[in-house]
Write a protein that binds this ligand. Structure first.
Ligand code: PLP
Length: 355
């Protein structure tokens, strides 16, 4: 069998959930498990995150799957529903839905589901993605209260720059002005706001990336935040060769040796989810030692510099990211964020639980 695999460390998931709890001790935690728990496998992640009070995701099918497997906690659909047919299963399985748009409100008003549906009303406070304009809040709440198929359980918004320079204050002020006097539980904070802005914690926090052991911040590492990587992408060398000065490596020969050197071929490529745009110099671990990738990433393989790693041979262990090398670092080198790397792990990579 091809040696590539993903190992998921459930103890790390639990550890990171504890870290979130310590940072936001007065809030309930709604663990964000969208996109197959950021690539970690929904069932496994949800089991490890048993101490979270609620779960949030995007995909109705996955939410129903959780209910069928006996999950009893509140499950929030972060984009809500997309057609009236979805309201019946949402009601029957007691899922909680975001309502963010007048179209959804109208669908709810026309529906007659078997049970009332728990609704979280979403406000747009500056992200300009989903949510009602702040000035519409009271009208929306009025309509929801008069709607026999809905019962409003909370108010939420989402931050645009909790991980960046603008921070959250400007949105927090808009949210607080709009919701003054509204007696509903409130949910605002993603991982970045949970970690940096206690004033944004409110009743429910919604951490995602930090639970998986990555940092939401470009300027602060996961280790510095006390987080542990939950996913390790590992493989092995399947070939080792020696190059002479001027020899190129891989498609396009974008890397050429300046003198004699040894390189390793790693069984991992972009069809496994490794970013093709990771350039020469992206960090990688071979035989427990940090080195760099070379040349272009191919569909099923990539190259590692074996300079100074004399013991490297066919079968030597390689870590692409995870334990010992944060996905944040690989992502930064590839011009993206760890979120994208974690979610991109492809179907063909076998997943196992870390010992
Ligand atoms: C994905 C998502 C989150 C979690 O964000 P992280 O940055 O991963 O913590 C929280 N809230 C909403 C609405 C989301 O879509």
């Amino acid at each position: 069998m091809r040696p590539i695999r993903v190992r998921i460390d459930s103890a790390a998931l639990r550890h990171n959930l504890d870290a979130a709890r310590r940072r936001a001790p007065r809030s309930s935690i709604c663990a964000v498990v969208k996109a197959n728990a950021y690539g970690h496998g929904l069932t496994r992640a949800v089991r490890a995150l048993a101490a979270a009070e609620g779960l949030a995701l995007i995909e109705l099918e996955a939410a129903l799957e959780l209910r069928r497997s006996g999950e009893r906690r509140p499950i929030l659909l972060l984009q809500g529903f997309f057609s009236p047919e979805e309201l019946e299963p949402i009601a029957t399985h007691a899922l909680t839905t975001v309502v963010h748009h007048p179209e959804q409100l109208a669908m709810l008003e026309r529906a007659r589901p078997a049970k009332r549906i728990a609704v979280v009303a979403k406000l747009n406070t500056g992200m300009n993605r989903l949510g009602f304009p702040a000035e519409d809040l009271h009208g929306v709440l009025e309509r929801l209260r008069n709607c026999p198929s809905a019962s409003v359980v909370a108010l939420m918004t989402h931050f645009a720059d909790a991980d960046g320079k603008r921070g959250v204050r400007w949105q927090l002020e808009r949210f607080e002005a709009a919701s003054a006097g509204v007696d509903l539980p409130k949910s605002l904070a993603n991982s970045a706001a949970l970690l940096r802005y206690p004033e944004a914690h409110k009743d429910w926090v919604r951490p995602g990336i930090m639970l998986y052991g990555c940092s939401p911040f470009p300027d602060e590492s996961a280790a510095a935040l006390g987080l542990r990587p939950a996913m390790t992408l590992a493989s092995e060398l399947i070939a080792v060769r020696s190059l002479n000065a001027g020899d190129g490596v891989g498609y396009g020969g974008t890397f050429a040796a300046s003198g004699p050197m040894r390189i390793g071929v790693v069984a991992c490529g972009y069809a496994d989810g490794y970013p093709r745009h990771a350039p020469t110099g992206t960090p990688i671990i071979v035989c427990g030692r940090r080195t760099r990738t070379l040349g272009r990433v191919a569909m099923d393989m990539l190259f590692a510099d074996l300079t100074g790693i004399l013991e490297a041979a066919v079968g030597s262990p390689v870590t692409l990211w995870g334990e010992g090398l944060s996905a944040d670092e690989v992502a930064a080198s590839a011009g993206t964020v760890s979120y994208e790397l974690l979610c991109a792990i492809s179907q063909r990579v076998p997943v196992s639980e870390a010992p």
